[in-house]
Design a protein around this ligand. Structure first.
Ligand code: PLP
Length: 400
């Protein structure tokens, strides 16, 4: 088998129109979001306006990172020291990190083998922990049954914040991911769906919540220079009551993102063509489970996951090593020690240890890979061939 030579961390270059927009900002010298002339909207305010329109939300705040957007959302909701916040047992470290940032305690909820939140465990944990909020992570772009989730949360009066780092552009039953609860949090870090190096977007329809978020982000008294913010009256007391925890986006990043937003829908189609090609190939294999995608879900296939539910630790290790030898980087979440990104709850030692047998069993057989748009469809077919070969071989060996 020919090894694959593409890079799993290589994103597409920033397009010429985005580079031109960035150069214009650099030439102007006005990189700070509030450094505007007259009543022009600067690039950050323009981005907020454009992203709110894309998302279908009333308000949008651009900030420094997805993690900052989540911590700001929790603060703006009034979550603080000692409060309990529900989140997924399987997510990326910035999620429990944002809960820790506000001094709250993460209550981890089990996931299912479709990599979404387990609604039964969720309800049990709502009753047991009396949480102040839920920070749902749409981890690796898998959406749970959002209608069923909202029914559970609403019946217990638990407000929802959505981590949409992997679901920017996704929707459930035609409704955008990030618009189900009080807030949606997005990341524009290099490995997400738009690339400004670092960056975050926070959306909401709630005027007071957004006014608090804007003040928290460090708007001084310049909140009227926002592209999708609430009316000035809403800030009357909030501007004096809310501390400044600077985390503004700058015009340089916003200018790059503004031009990228126009290409997002096309890129979603490109990601899904690549994702589905790999998924269809692996789904056809015995002893491999590819998470189910309900018809209500419009996903963004920027990464691909599959499970080997019956495989031993030894077999899993063989798959990872075998794939790596042929140039394919698979991430395995069952490893003892975190490699690269940390997504196993056992490596979050700042969180009170919690017993998640179901999640642990799923992670033990879960493999994951990025699908950068620099891969052609032929590249993806090659990668799928390698995975199928290595998995088939390891399973055969395991059975022998
Ligand atoms: C990347 C990511 C975030 C936010 O990350 P930042 O690096 O803070 O922008 C949040 N949740 C998940 C699941 C992520 O992968």
């Amino acid at each position: 088998m020919q090894p694959f030579t593409g890079s799993f961390t290589q994103q597409e270059p920033i397009a010429d129109d985005a580079i031109a927009a960035a150069v214009e900002v650099l030439r102007s010298g006005r990189l700070h979001r509030y450094n505007t002339v007259g009543d022009e909207l600067g690039p950050v305010a323009e981005l907020e306006k454009a992203y709110a329109a894309y998302q279908g939300s009333t308000y949008c705040l651009a900030c420094t990172s997805g993690g900052y957007a989540m911590a700001t959302a929790l603060r703006a909701l009034g979550v603080g020291a000692g409060d309990r916040v529900l989140t997924n047992g399987f997510t990326l470290a910035p999620v429990p990190g944002s809960i820790a940032a506000v001094g709250a305690e993460a209550v981890l909820v089990e996931i299912t083998s479709d990599l979404v939140i387990d609604l039964e465990d969720l309800e049990a944990k709502i009753v047991a922990s009396e949480p102040k909020a839920m920070l749902l992570s749409n981890m690796r772009g898998h959406l749970c049954d959002m209608d069923a989730l909202m029914a559970v949360l609403d019946s217990h009066g638990v407000p929802l914040i959505e981590d949409c780092a992997h679901t920017m552009g996704a929707s459930w039953n035609g409704r955008k991911s990030g618009s189900f609860g009080i807030a949606g949090c997005f990341s524009t870090q290099t490995y997400k769906h738009m690339n400004s190096g670092e960056g975050g977007l926070l959306t909401s329809d709630d005027p007071e919540f957004m006014a608090r978020a804007i003040m928290l982000s460090g708007s001084y008294m310049l909140y009227e220079r926002h592209g999708a913010g609430p009316a000035p009256e809403v800030f009357k007391d909030i501007r004096l009551d809310t501390p400044n925890m600077s985390g503004r986006m700058d015009n340089l990043r916003a200018s790059i993102l503004l031009t990228q937003l126009g290409g997002l829908e096309t890129n979603i189609d490109r990601w899904n063509a690549r994702h589905d090609l790999v998924a269809d190939r692996l789904r056809a294999m015995p002893d491999v489970y590819v998470p189910h995608r309900p018809k209500e879900e419009r996903y963004v296939g920027s990464s691909f996951q599959f499970l080997m539910p019956t495989a031993s630790t030894e077999t899993m290790k063989q798959v990872v090593t075998g794939a790596k030898a042929l140039g394919v980087e698979l991430k395995w979440f069952g490893a003892d020690s975190p490699v690269g990104f940390t997504s196993n709850h056992q490596s979050w030692r700042y969180v009170t240890p919690q017993n998640l047998p179901k999640t642990d069993a799923i992670l033990a057989g879960l493999l994951d890979m990025r699908i950068p748009l620099t891969f052609s469809l032929e590249d993806c077919a090659h990668v799928a061939d390698i995975i199928a070969h290595v998995v088939g071989h390891a399973l055969q060996k395991g059975a022998a």
